[in-house]
Design a protein around this ligand. Structure first.
Ligand SMILES: Cc1ncc(C[n+]2csc(CCOP(=O)(O)OP(=O)(O)O)c2C)c(N)n1
Length: 312
């Protein structure tokens, strides 16, 4: 029996599936967003620009955390690898945050088309988190600051809980690894609670990350050395993910394992950016893309979400 109830587990998994679908649609599609007809070369964007590999893990983390903290106004989430922007954009759209800055990005079928068509598009949404993204205060493309920013945001706010997703490549930066020492200076008392989550998808761009090369024991010992309690999260086991989030652990440091590119046609080192290079000209790749999109059963998800609307 699940600790949070089967209905809630299903809700979390549906949200992940929908956000994964929205990531692929944003990256590839300029039309036919609901797959009402066979995909054609014309439906594919002329220039494919963005990152897929990390998106599933971001969606997993955001959906699980949202389920636990949705009623907590003192909860915030910080995303380290901002190149996983299709996932951030999908979540912001679904929560109605994008509509607050751009009415056309409303939570409706029309808004969904707008989201996907305008991702990584001239005068549309960017391909990476940028200052027009709600909640983003700076732009740089430089990995490493997420954990330090989380401690900064919690400074002097004891009620705050700040979850921060750190890429395993990101944790190789001097800034990120040294930010673990902030626990000694800023934990407890007058400051908020930090929930660091290492996104162990195994790869930094296309080579295995240093942390993926360590054994579980070696990684746990490193984390313990910084004063945290390591907690393993299997990204695709929602039930145990929720249980782990609900366990009372002193100074947790979550290690979330996912497979880079999970759900797509290529995994691991081939999945970091665009996993299908030529779906606009290659029939086989177009078919692979169509199968990939259909694997999320978008019509089922969208019918649940927008019962009264028609696809026209
Ligand atoms: C300081 C810095 N060094 C290098 C890069 C180039 N870079 C962009 S993405 C990336 C890999 C990031 O790996 P990870 O944090 O594990 O992200 P994910 O695998 O989840 O995409 C690198 C090295 C950068 N953006 N910033």
């Amino acid at each position: 029996m699940s600790s949070v109830g089967i209905a809630k587990i299903e809700e979390i998994q549906e949200r992940i599936r929908l956000c994964d679908y929205l990531c692929v649609a944003q990256l590839f599609l300029r039309d036919n967003f609901f797959l009402e007809r066979e995909l054609t070369f014309d439906d594919i964007k002329a220039r494919l620009l963005g990152h897929w590999g990390t998106c599933h893990g971001i969606n997993v983390a955001m959906a699980n955390l949202k389920a636990k903290y949705k009623d907590d106004e003192n909860y915030s989430f910080i995303l380290g690898p901002g190149h996983g922007f299709p996932a951030l954009n999908a979540n912001l759209w679904l929560d109605g945050e994008l509509a607050k800055i751009d009415k056309e990005a409303e939570v409706s079928l029309a808004g969904l088309k707008y989201l996907c068509r305008n991702f990584s598009w001239p005068d549309g949404f960017p391909s990476h988190a940028s200052p027009i993204t709600p909640g983003v205060i700076t732009e740089g493309g430089e990995l490493g600051y997420a954990l330090a920013n989380a401690y900064g945001a919690a400074l002097g706010h004891p009620k705050k809980t700040i979850a921060v997703l750190i890429g395993d490549g990101e944790l190789e930066t001097a800034t990120a690894i040294d930010s673990l020492n902030l626990r000694n200076v800023l934990a407890g008392g007058k400051n908020g609670t930090i929930l660091p989550i290492l996104h162990l998808n195994g790869y930094k761009i296309s080579a295995p990350s240093i942390y993926a090369r360590k054994s579980e024991r070696e990684l746990n010992e490193m984390i313990r050395g910084f004063g945290f309690t390591p907690v393993q999260l299997e990204g695709d086991d929602t039930d145990s993910f929720q249980k782990a989030l609900n366990d009372d652990v002193e100074s947790p440091f979550y290690i979330m394992k996912t497979e880079k590119g999970y759900g797509g046609p290529n995994r691991h080192h081939e999945a970091h950016q665009i996993p299908l290079k030529n779906p606009k000209t290659d029939k086989e790749e177009l078919k692979q893309l169509e199968d990939w999109l259909k694997s999320y059963k978008p019509n089922e998800l969208l019918k649940d979400l927008f019962r009264e609307e028609s696809y026209d």
